[in-house]
Design a protein. Structure first.
Length: 329
């Protein structure tokens, strides 16, 4: 089969579109012929940390396709079923949080290939209203956004939520979900075009990330901040968050280290909440939410499997708004 494999050196230089082997499904597994896949910043982080000593790895955590073979003991799925992949392995219930969850696309081979083998519990019915390209980019980012907003953040109708750095997959899904939940959404971006696009998708306000938000007279205090940036933005949050508000963190694109006065947390009783990925239970809930509200992923652009490196280059430059889809032939 054809696949996008990372090996040999760190970064995008280690990517190859080449032949790889496939196998028959074992007990409890299904084999899926992939129709589409998606890429995430997680893939860039994985590539950056790999060395010559690491075994070759097929990247990709998002994907959708058709089951072509089933292993012994699989009862709820059949050959020909159209499915979407739940990328988190072995995490079934929201409360049973693993220290670091195993994810499709690292440590096990991922979705940037013509075929994938995975546990049957990680294949669920594809939402019928989604195209293959849309289904292929849904899984990881939408699941992360759903858990962050509702399981961990407890977002309620009428609350004011700030989503900094709009344009990435998780942030864009969070915008769509928060709007459908009846929240008032403010976003930030350094790029004017991304701010305009967020307003078109239902954001109430769109601010320049580099502006002094404390001088924004029409910015109401914020109940909930969804943070994926970390140290570059974190000190600014305490100028605008409401006493008793909460900051839900799912990333650290600008670095791990924070320098924040502790009093700015405990006097206004701000909650700092961590989250990452999500369980099968939440994946099912997320799919129900997507179907109930007829949500469609925002697709920035679509690439054939052999041009996956070009898609990663666009992501690395931060040029996209929404998801980068990969069509698999």
């Amino acid at each position: 089969m054809k696949a996008v494999i990372h090996s040999g050196q760190s970064g995008l230089e280690g990517l190859q579109y080449t032949e790889s082997t496939s196998r028959a499904p074992e007990a409890g597994e299904v084999q899926i012929q992939l129709k589409s896949a998606g890429i995430n910043h997680r893939d860039l982080f994985i590539m950056a940390g790999r060395t010559f000593q690491d075994s070759p790895l097929i990247l990709g955590s998002d994907g959708a396709g058709v089951i072509i073979a089933i292993g012994e003991g699989v009862k709820d799925l059949s050959v020909g079923d159209e499915v979407i992949i739940h990328p988190t392995l072995g995490w079934n219930h929201a409360v049973d949080v693993p220290i670091v969850p195993d994810i499709v696309g690292g440590p096990m081979d991922g979705t940037l290939a013509q075929y994938i083998m995975l546990p049957a519990r990680n294949a669920l019915p594809k939402p019928s209203h989604l195209s293959w390209a849309e289904a292929g980019v849904l899984s990881l980012s939408a699941l992360t956004a759903y858990r962050a907003l509702f399981t961990r953040g407890g977002l309620k109708q009428g609350e004011h939520i700030l989503i900094p750095g709009i344009g990435g997959g998780v942030a864009t899904y969070a915008l769509l979900m928060a709007v459908t939940a009846g929240a008032k959404v403010t976003v930030t971006s350094r790029r004017e075009a991304k701010r305009h696009e967020a307003l078109r998708l239902g954001a109430f306000q769109a601010l320049d990330s580099h502006a002094d938000w404390s001088l924004q007279n029409d910015l109401d205090p914020v109940d909930f901040i969804l943070d994926s940036i970390g140290q570059a933005m974190f000190p600014k949050y305490f100028d605008i968050i409401r006493p008793g508000g909460r900051i839900v963190m799912y990333g650290a694109s600008s670095g791990d280290d924070l320098n924040v006065p502790i009093r700015s947390i405990f006097f206004p009783q701000v909650s700092l909440i961590g989250t990452s990925m999500g369980s099968r239970e939440e994946f099912v809930q997320m799919l129900q939410w997507v179907e109930e509200h007829n949500l469609h992923p925002v697709i920035d652009s679509i690439y054939p499997l052999q041009d996956t490196a070009k898609a990663f280059e666009r992501m690395e430059k931060g040029e996209q708004f929404g998801n980068l889809a990969i069509l698999v032939e």
